[in-house]
Ligand binder design. Structure first.
Ligand SMILES: [Fe+2]
Length: 312
């Protein structure tokens, strides 16, 4: 009996330790991931693309605000944000303060479900359940219009169910995006169309990387697809990885750089055709305030260095 008590006590202490690490340490251990992506025409100079996602920012999160603010020092040529920026109705000014030095740079954005609706209190481990994958489950609105106005004020391009063209360091970049597929807000019919041969790069973005969206982007000739939403699995198993992606993407692509082509499904990137699109999914910088833990999955931003295709 004493052995059983000791075992239970030991497990309890270990569990408390893991929870403390996940909620107090790892959740604030921000890291900048770097990838090189061979998608540019021959002879083009490298392009630095900073990708931010899933801040879920609360005004009191000064460390996160300060870390994001410091990212201007990596000197990006283009900034992409893929949504879930805020987590409270008073968070927009704090977010714009965090983005202060990035907003004057060329940028594009799409929104996520948490830019529309506030999270509701729930079981933190609900992230690992099917119920979480169905939607945010709340009707309390966030100040989306203020957020969009702030992001557009410096010139960032809103890609909510639309296409556009941006010019960055002499390159023509065709950009397209959809509203959040996790909410079913994506209108692929408004953005579909073959990539222009005039473009040096076709860049497609989405908050949630659902297969229907990735398939459409890849079929239309996107060179690079950028997404967030998965939180990298958020609560991962050390040495194993993610258990969930919170959408129909397979866990092998839950974060980082992979390949996608129409019908890729759960086929590994190692079997990609030569003309497959590159897919970068960010594990994001935050968590919903109702599930403030990250385990074996540090909060991250990404610096993509785009280089000529021949370097791939
Ligand atoms: Fe998120």
């Amino acid at each position: 009996m004493r052995a059983v008590t000791k075992t239970v006590l030991g497990l309890g202490i270990a569990g408390a330790g893991v929870l403390g690490w996940a909620s107090l340490v790892e959740r604030n251990a921000f890291v900048l991931r770097r990838f090189e992506v061979p998608v540019l025409p021959e002879g083009a100079e490298p392009l630095r693309v900073l990708h931010l996602s899933d801040l879920h920012l609360l005004p009191r999160q000064r460390a996160k605000r300060s870390w994001v603010h410091s990212l201007a020092s990596v000197d990006p040529d283009l900034v992409i944000t893929t949504g879930d920026n805020i987590a409270a109705d008073d968070a927009v000014p704090s977010l714009l303060d965090a983005y202060e030095l990035l907003l004057p740079l060329p940028g594009v954005f799409v929104l996520g479900s948490n830019d529309y609706f506030a999270p509701k209190v729930k079981n933190p481990l609900g992230y690992l359940t099917r119920n979480h994958a169905k939607g945010v489950g709340t009707t309390q609105r966030l100040p989306t219009a203020d957020l969009v106005r702030g992001l557009r004020a410096g010139g960032w391009v809103d890609l909510t169910n639309r296409r556009d063209t941006v010019s960055v360091r002499g390159l023509r970049i065709d950009v397209l995006g959809v509203d959040d597929p996790h909410l079913g807000y994506d209108r692929l019919d408004l953005v579909r169309g073959a990539a222009s041969p005039e473009a040096d790069l076709t860049l497609a973005v989405t908050h949630a990387p659902y297969q229907r969206v990735l398939d459409a982007y890849a079929a239309d000739g996107a060179d690079l697809i950028v997404a967030g939403h998965t939180h990298g699995g958020q609560v991962c198993v050390p040495g194993y990885g993610a258990l969930v992606t919170n959408c129909d993407l397979d866990t092998s692509r839950v974060k980082g750089l992979s390949r996608w082509w129409p019908g890729a499904g759960s086929t590994p990137s190692s079997e990609a055709p030569a003309d497959a699109a590159w897919l970068e999914v960010s594990a994001g910088l935050g968590t919903a305030p109702t599930a403030p833990v990250r385990l074996a999955c540090r909060p991250e931003a990404t610096l993509l260095t785009l280089v000529p295709r021949s370097r791939g």
